[in-house]
Structures are given as structure tokens and as C-alpha cells.
Design a protein around this ligand. Structure first.
Ligand code: GRF
Length: 192
């Protein structure tokens, strides 16, 4: 059985979908949800699934091995970022090579990087009159949104679309594909 840790700091709708997918799964389970926000709604969602939660603090995240040790202790195999905004430190990347993935609500390399999250992404897409946007699922390296791309899916953007219209279309894609891609990676890890 592979153990998945989800890092999330927001509402956690993607985390919810992933926890649903792995609630009764033969290959993996969501073991832990980590957040830097004690009041994040994702923590309630985790509790509803009986998944353990952990709050992390900036100092120990960037200046100690505490989080790595905790993940190792809980035998985590795969780390999934689903709405987690802090840059992942080098010690964590080194401890989980090709085992940390993130979802970004745009077609990287466009509309990525520090500060490009949430509605800012969709506002920029609309401001630039793009005719498509979408999702990117990628491995995480030490730079924001620059790791190797695993999966992309696009959706059309039309002239009448507001940023929140684009957000809705993108969220549909996220919920459709993120659990699926996580599952594919779990299968790959299980066969190694
Ligand atoms: C998603 O749009 C995801 O792409 C981004 O953060 C958002 C998280 O949303 N990285 P939710 O908390 O899963 O609803």
C-alpha cells in the first residue's frame, strides 16, 4: 500500500476528490493532509475522511528537517500539492525525487511562477485575450511551476468569459483529471 500526503492550504476541493478516489483503493491511501493554515477548510475535509492532519510552520519548514522526518516516519511515498503556495525547500525535493507533484490552473509555462495563483492566473488569461486555458500537472522542483510536465488539458476561453468563468472551466478539468493522474503515478510506483 502506497501512502499519499496532500499539501493544501485552501478550500481543498481537489484534495477532496483525491481522498474520494483513494478512500477504498487497493494500491494507495491518503495518509496525511498538511497545511500551513490552521483554519483551512481542507483540514475539515480531511477529518471527514478520517485522514490525519498536520499544521506546519514556516520556520521549521525552511530551516529544519522536521517535515521530511515526519513524512518519512509516516512512510509517505508520494506528495501531492493541491493549492499549496509555499515554495518547496531543497531538502524535501531531495528526499522525494520525482515524487512530489503539483497542479497549476493554467497551461504552463504560461501564467506560472511566484504570485501566479488563484484568480490572478485567470485574470491574466482574460486580460491577454487567450482563446484557451487549462491545467498542468507537473513534478515539483526548486522553482515555482517549472518542474517536468506530466499532464496538460486545455479548455476554450471565449471573449465573453470573465476570470471566474475561466476558473470554473479550469476547476472542472482539475477535478476530472487530478485524481486520475495521481492514480497513474501510484500504479507506476507500485510496479517499480
Ligand atoms: C487549484 O486551482 C489548483 O490548481 C491550485 O490551487 C487551487 C486549489 O483549489 N494549485 P482547491 O483548494 O483544491 O479547491
Amino acid at each position: 500500500m502506497k501512502n499519499i500526503a496532500i499539501f493544501a492550504s485552501g478550500t481543498g476541493t481537489n484534495a477532496q476528490k483525491i481522498m474520494e478516489r483513494f478512500a477504498q483503493h487497493s494500491l494507495a491511501q491518503v495518509t496525511l493532509v498538511i497545511s500551513n493554515k490552521p483554519k483551512a477548510l481542507v483540514l475539515e475535509k480531511a477529518q471527514n475522511f478520517g485522514v490525519a492532519t498536520q499544521i506546519i510552520h514556516r520556520d521549521s519548514f525552511y530551516h529544519s528537517d522536521e517535515v521530511v522526518q515526519s513524512l518519512k516516519k509516516q512512510q509517505i511515498d508520494l506528495v501531492v500539492l493541491a493549492g499549496f503556495l509555499w515554495l518547496i525547500p531543497q531538502n524535501l525535493i531531495a528526499a522525494f525525487p520525482d515524487r512530489i507533484l503539483n497542479i497549476h490552473p493554467a497551461l504552463l509555462p504560461k501564467y506560472g511562477g511566484k504570485g501566479m495563483y488563484g484568480m490572478r492566473v485567470h485574470e491574466a488569461v482574460v486580460a491577454n485575450q487567450e482563446n484557451e486555458s487549462g491545467i498542468t500537472i507537473h513534478y515539483v522542483n526548486e522553482h515555482y511551476d517549472e518542474g517536468k510536465i506530466i499532464f496538460q488539458k486545455s479548455c476554450p476561453v471565449v471573449a465573453e468569459d470573465t476570470p471566474s468563468d475561466v476558473a470554473k472551466k479550469v476547476q472542472v478539468l482539475e477535478h476530472q483529471h487530478f485524481p486520475e493522474v495521481v492514480e497513474q503515478l501510484v500504479k507506476k510506483l507500485s510496479n517499480q
